[in-house]
Structures are given as structure tokens and as C-alpha cells.
Design a binder for this molecule. Sequence first.
Ligand code: NAP
Length: 348
Amino acid sequence: MVQQHVLLTGASGFLATHVLDTLVARGYAVTATVRSQAKGEHIAAKYASKPVTVAVVPDIGADGAFDKVLRDGSITAVIHTASPVIMQPKSDPVAEVLDPAINGVQNILQAVAQHAPQVSTVVLTSSALAIMQLQKFADPDFIHTEETWSDVGWDMAVANPNLAYYASKNLGERAAWKFLDDNKVNFSLTTINPPYIYGPVLQQVSSFEAINETSMHLWKVAFDTKPGDIKGTYNAVPTVYVDVRDVALAHVLPLENPKLAGKRLLPLPGMYTQQQVLDIVNREFPEARGKIAVGQPGTGEFTGRPAPAFDTSATDALLQIKYRPLEETIRDSFAQLFALKKKLGEGV
Ligand code: NAP
């Protein structure tokens, strides 16, 4: 069989680091894009003996950003993960989040269509936020599925910059499907719409503060609690999550299974509460004890306001992934985060 050559964008990111590992383990050749030569050095060194090449694409939002790399002629599939993951833009939600996300999607599809007719599969990292309706977050009677679309648009994001990331994923994915409607292309599109992604942080970072948004979010789920709090109610808000290793596999399967072409996929094994995380971290990591709350151990089952509801049966039947249990995801995430702190010479 001819080895497939995959273009993976955003290769220095949390998710893409795992996608790259998965691709290499399954025998693919990969061209991995990063923003700068310096960011690529770690990747080039890690995969020195593997068929991995690094290419620099400084800004996915710039006109023609991917033209050069897609003129290569041998790339047969594309996995586009690169997008700004900024929950609170500093000053300009359009320049920081919306433009690079949406233009980035259009640029890569345009470049494939124009310069790489041999590409058969494009996988786009979207988000569960492109599926979930803000108005229905707490409506247990509204069932979110692969057919559901977010209601967060451009105007809402400009009025409230904290919604810019939500809109960027919704509008970015819509732009991708519209591109297929408007153009005759040789490739199929599959979108992966994950909820919060957690798991081992394997990307290179210069400081703990520089880890990706959702890994920091998980760290704070435990470390923003009050040490010594043995009464707090930490089971009132549910959060939907998936393990980064499982969602990395979900990105590679469309390259191997034609039944995934043209699908939106919602890999969402379940929800957790803060109490469940506190229980696992207190039990598994002595270094955390006394520094985070204890809460009410064993009461982690969600009891608060109505939770958003999902039916992921279509995705489950297509992907057939046996998702890692919450315990494993949380344990492996924190083990890696503690190890990273130690390596960086930072105390817990
Ligand atoms: P991440 O670590 O911040 O990765 C984002 C990647 O995109 C990084 O490689 C980043 O480059 C690159 N990037 C951002 N803006 C860029 C620009 N203007 N030009 C070039 N590259 C740019 O976050 P992640 O969690 O792995 O996210 C990866 C993808 O998954 C994103 O599409 C995100 O929306 C999606 N997603 C994430 C979650 C989650 O919970 N983490 C959930 C659903 C969907 P640098 O490394 O140089 O910053």
C-alpha cells in the first residue's frame, strides 16, 4: 500500500501533538505546520527518524497561507487543527479570534482545491460549541446531536468578546461546509466536534502559564478551590469532556474509513463535576493534599441545575472508539501537569 502523506496544521498545539503521535504510530508520513522555525525544532528532533517534515505557516489567516505547502504534490489528506483558542480576547475579538479562525478554514480549503487535486480527505477540528445552542445549555429536553448548530454568531461575538471563540468555531465550520456547497472539489470533509479536551500535555511549553487553555482550565478546576474546604458543593455544574488521545484517534479514522466522509462527529463520552476531579486528585496525588479543597468526597454525581443533553449514538456507531474513563483522563492529565511543573522548576 502507498504510504499516505498527511498535512497537519497547528502541530505545536495540545491536540495536534497527539494527532501527530497517532499518525506516526499508524505509519503515515506527515508535513506538520507550525508558526515559526523555533516551534518546529522540537517536533523535528522528536521525530528525527520518522517521515515527519516541518513547514512554517506564520499566520493561517493570511491570504494564500497554505498555497506553498499544498503545492508539494504528494499530500493526500489534510487535518486542520490550527485555530486561536482564546476564551478572553485582550482587545479585539475580530483580529485575535474570528478572522484567523474563519479565514484559516477558507484558506486551507481554497489551497487544497487550487493546488492539491490529489487530496481525498480533509478533517477539520471544529468544536461541540459549533453544535451546542447557548439558549439550550440548561434545557434537558433539547437534545444536541450531530445535526444541531450553534446559535452564536458574529454580532454576538462582537458585542460580547467572551463569545468570540464560540462564534469562531461555529462560523469556521459553517464556512467549510459552504465551501463544499459552492465549489466542485475532489475531497470529502469530516468535522470533529469535541467538547472540553483533557489529557497529557505533550507539547513544548516555556512556562506553566503557557500551557494550552483547556489544560489550564482543568488545573484550575482543582487548584482554584479553597484548601481545607471540606463542605463546599462542587457537584452543581457539569462539564462535557473527552480525552485528547481518543479525540486524536477520531481525527485519523476518517483517513481510513470512507463511511466517515461528509460527517460531523461528536466524540463526547460524558460529563464530570468538580467534586469528581477533587476526589481523584486528592486520592492519587499526595503533593496536592492540603492545597486544594476536599469538598464532600463521593458526592461527585451531578446534582445541580439541568444539564445540557446529547445523543451521540450516530458518532459512537461510526467511530467505535472505546473512550477512556474519567478516572484515567484526570489521573493522566494531573500526572503530566505535576511532572511539567517539576521539570520547569516550579512548585505546586
Ligand atoms: P492549542 O494548543 O492552543 O492549539 C492551537 C494551535 O493553533 C496551535 O498550534 C497554535 O499555534 C495554532 N494557531 C492559533 N492561531 C494561529 C494563527 N493565527 N496562525 C497559525 N497558527 C495558529 O489548543 P488546542 O486545544 O490544541 O486546540 C486545537 C484545536 O482544537 C482548535 O481548533 C480548537 O478550537 C479545537 N478544540 C479544542 C478543544 C479543547 O478543549 N482544547 C475543544 C474543542 C475544539 P501556537 O502553538 O504557535 O500558538
